[in-house]
Design a protein around this ligand. Structure first.
Ligand SMILES: NC(=O)c1ccc[n+]([C@@H]2O[C@H](COP(=O)([O-])OP(=O)(O)OC[C@H]3O[C@@H](n4cnc5c(N)ncnc54)[C@H](O)[C@@H]3O)[C@@H](O)[C@H]2O)c1
Length: 244
């Protein structure tokens, strides 16, 4: 690879960190954008990457972060919209509205805000960029208690398609990767509970929960020249769970 500037939101932990490591290993210049400044700095040090503190729910923070990256590393050529959270769970009739508002603010509004800022800059500078949005198979297969989260990921899939359509004329490609369950700090609590873990595993034909190494290669591929005729696709990495 050519040492492109790759911005990974939520790159300080879990899938984002795994994706950041994969781009760094391929020779790209990785920028970890995370609201957790300490964790971002730690990950950046380990991966020989740059860190920028950004809260994707705050457009001013996103604008400042994108400007800072352009100054220090150069304009973003690859954007990985990965930052996201579940924020809680429960039946929709009793889910606290703060939980709903939090997931919408981060997963949907945050993804929209970062896309707007980075794609705007790509258009301005004539960068034929690549964007990969991290969705979830929950956008297509329901799990009781996760409706608020899954709705945001379905919205991210819709945004992936619309932005792919709108940005194609500028040579910018936009795709999505939809993981099934993955071992990360987000799911650590669940995975430590043997019953909960077995219940999740039983839904996966290939019989195992993914690791971040199962997810990162597709993200790197979709951002590569080999995927130059792929845009608007959302591809699952789920051990076959969507078949069930
Ligand atoms: N872990 C799974 O099983 C799984 C499955 C499908 C999809 N996903 C998706 O993958 C993505 C990463 O999840 P993960 O499991 O690695 O989570 P994680 O909790 O390990 O990491 C998320 C990172 O995002 C950062 N972040 C959260 N809110 C932010 C904000 N407002 N601004 C900037 N950074 C913010 C956190 O600080 C953290 O570093 C999410 O979009 C998640 O929905 C995860």
């Amino acid at each position: 690879m050519s040492g492109r500037v790759v911005l990974v939101t939520g790159g300080a932990s879990g899938i984002g960190r795994g994706v950041a490591a994969a781009f760094a290993a391929a020779g790209d210049r990785v920028v970890i954008a995370d609201r957790d400044a300490e964790a971002a700095a730690r990950a950046a040090k380990e991966l020989d990457a740059l860190a920028v503190t950004v809260d994707i729910t705050d457009p001013a923070s996103v604008a400042a972060g994108v400007a800072q990256v352009a100054e220090t590393a150069g304009p973003v050529e690859v954007l990985i919209n990965n930052a996201g959270l579940v924020a809680g769970g429960g039946p929709l009739v009793s889910l606290p509205m703060e939980v709903f508002d939090t997931v919408v603010a981060v997963n949907l509004r945050g993804t929209f805000t970062v896309t707007q800022a980075v794609a705007g800059q790509m258009i301005e500078r004539g960068t034929r960029g690549r964007i990969v949005n991290i969705s979830s198979i929950g956008s297509r297969q329901p799990t009781a208690g996760l409706g608020h989260y899954e709705a945001t990921k379905a919205a991210v899939d819709a945004l992936t398609r619309t932005s792919a359509l709108e940005l194609a004329g500028y040579g910018i490609r936009v795709n999505g990767v939809a993981p099934g369950p993955v071992h990360t700090p987000m799911t650590a609590g669940l995975m430590e509970n043997p019953e909960a873990r077995a219940a999740w595993e039983s839904r996966i034909p290939l019989g195992k929960i993914a690791t971040t190494d199962d997810i990162a290669p597709l993200v790197v591929f979709l951002a590569s020249a080999q995927a130059d005729h792929i845009t608007g696709a959302v591809i699952q990495v789920d051990g076959g769970q969507l078949l069930t």
